[in-house]
Design a protein around this ligand. Structure first.
Ligand code: SAM
Length: 292
């Protein structure tokens, strides 16, 4: 079922490529949509004036199929487009695979306000920022959802963070980091150095006990987010999973064997953004109150 670069070997019901995903991906979308819904009043004053922008750095083809269930679902970027209450006025989608970009364009089927580009987001972000920096009063929400740390350089977040009104929902790909950590430990200038934006992690990991490694990595990421202007107060005030996430407004997304695959991190410079995220992650997708 799984084909090239995460796309299924068979197309979706509309004949276009779809991404093959596990059921845990629905949790990721649950938290994304909850945030977009809960933040609609704050967004409305921008949206009403044409000033709300959505950025999807790793957009995919627009649809996913849940492996084993044959259930077809919308991608995160499609869900953002379909928000009717305080909608985004301009939506920027990037993907490195041409077939994904083509499919997304066909599925979106709406001309105004949608900008879809093929290429490496870490490069495309430069041109995007030149454009966005011309209108500093706008609100921006970036959905940052790479498969692995290989897709995302911290420097890219640093560029986005030049905008003051930039909320970022980041998928911290802990599963892919787990699989490769030992290899990266023994080398320098690795994918993980670029993803975290520092090589400080090697020393921290050596000093951590085995059970604390991911907590230490997330702590480093937190320091890095603070260094690009996301306020420490907001990050500190957040709830966290005491196993792997400390001090960051994160929510762990688990796969069916209950192994963490992703950690979602919300970075917002505005206390209201943090407050909204903290209130929605108190409940998991089945409505259970989380124990932290
Ligand atoms: C986890 S999938 C995205 C899923 C999508 N956000 C969704 O909601 O269904 C990651 C996507 O990033 C794309 N990708 C990988 N490296 C990239 C890069 N450097 N720049 C842009 N896109 C990249 C892949 O082709 C793939 O479609």
């Amino acid at each position: 079922m799984q084909g090239w670069r995460g796309n299924c070997s068979i197309p979706g019901s509309d004949g276009l490529p779809v991404q093959c995903v596990g059921p845990w991906v629905e949790d990721k979308f649950f938290f994304l949509e909850r945030y977009l819904i809960a933040s609609r009043e704050a967004r409305r004053k921008f949206s009403d004036n044409g000033n709300a922008a959505f950025i999807d750095l790793f957009a995919g083809p627009g649809k996913c199929i849940i492996k084993g269930e044959k259930k077809e679902i919308d991608s995160g970027g499609m869900r953002a487009l379909k928000r009717e209450d305080a909608p985004f006025n301009n939506l920027y989608y990037f993907d490195i695979v041409q077939a994904n970009v083509d499919s997304l364009g066909k599925r979106m089927n709406r001309k105004s306000g949608i900008h879809i580009h093929c290429g490496d987001s870490n490069i495309l972000v430069e041109e995007l920022m030149q454009k966005l920096m011309q209108d500093l009063y706008r609100y921006h929400f970036a959905f940052i959802d790479p498969f692995s740390p290989q897709g995302l350089k911290f420097d890219t977040l640093k560029k986005l963070a030049k905008l003051n009104k930039m909320d970022m929902l980041i998928n911290f790909p802990i599963g892919a980091i787990k699989r490769n950590l030992q290899t990266w430990m023994d080398r320098s200038d690795t994918i993980l150095d670029d993803f975290l934006g520092t090589n400080e992690w090697r020393r921290e990991i050596k000093e951590s006990t085995k059970g604390n490694i991911f907590r230490a990595l997330i702590e480093i990421y937190k320091k890095q987010l603070i260094s690009i202007g996301y306020p420490e107060e907001g990050l500190r005030a957040a709830s966290s999973d005491d196993k792997i996430c400390s001090g960051l407004p994160t929510v762990p997304i688990r796969n069916t064997k209950d192994v963490d695959l992703y950690v979602l991190i919300l970075a917002s410079k505005h206390p209201l953004g943090q407050k909204i995220w903290n209130s929605i992650i108190k409940y998991d997708p089945v409505g259970q109150k989380r124990l932290f």
